[in-house]
Design a protein around this ligand. Structure first.
Ligand code: GLN
Length: 192
């Protein structure tokens, strides 16, 4: 099983290392030919406008949407979540529109640039997950077919819709592999 990590900008190296530490092969994806080799894709955190622009420039936007329509699992973290979303509140920047969610960018304001919390995530088991938020977006609204996997202060920060998984926070920075393992399980189920 090969897992792609979109490597145009942002925190892609950390995701690659996490995938490898889970015992799977990771491929940095910058071209459509690299996307063709993978069975699942992670879109990392970074700057969503930059990643979106580069995706379109390299033809990866259409190629990713095609694979998504065919059922390939995709996990977006932070800026990656923004790129998966249908509605970005107050912005007309590019996004793929794959998840029926409404997202607010930089939702914690400038004062609270980044912080960490112990987040209960029932699908991962009893132990809370140390979640790192960096200029994070929030999911303000979800369609009925979107599953809410975690909330922080009453706001949605982790959600799944079929083959799409999205988190406001960065799970690749603390060494806790459970979210990457959860995503790998989605990929395994899709491949089998
Ligand atoms: N604030 C960034 C954006 O809107 C996301 C931050 C991140 O990915 N850590 O694109």
């Amino acid at each position: 099983m090969k897992i792609g990590v979109l490597a145009l900008q942002g925190a892609f190296r950390e995701h690659r290392l996490m995938i490898e530490s889970c015992g799977q092969e990771a491929v940095e994806v910058r071209k459509t030919s690299e996307l063709d080799q993978v069975q699942g894709l992670i879109i990392p955190g970074g700057e969503s406008t930059t990643i979106g622009k580069l995706m379109c420039e390299f033809g990866l936007d259409k190629a990713i949407i095609k694979r998504a329509d065919e059922g390939m699992p995709i996990y977006g973290t932070c800026a990656g979540l923004i790129l998966l979303t249908k509605t970005i509140i107050g912005s007309n920047q590019y996004s793929m529109g794959l998840m029926d969610i409404e997202v607010q960018r930089n939702a914690f304001g400038r004062q609270v640039d980044s912080f960490e919390v112990d987040l209960p995530i029932p699908v991962l088991g009893y132990k809370p997950f140390r979640a790192v938020f960096i200029r994070a977006p929030l999911i303000e609204k979800v369609a009925p077919n979107v599953g809410i996997l975690a909330q922080y202060n009453g706001k949605i920060v982790f959600a799944r819709q079929g083959n799409f998984l999205a988190s406001s926070f960065h799970p690749e920075l603390t060494g806790d592999k459970r979210i990457h393992q959860y995503f790998l399980q989605m990929v395994k189920e899709n491949v089998n």
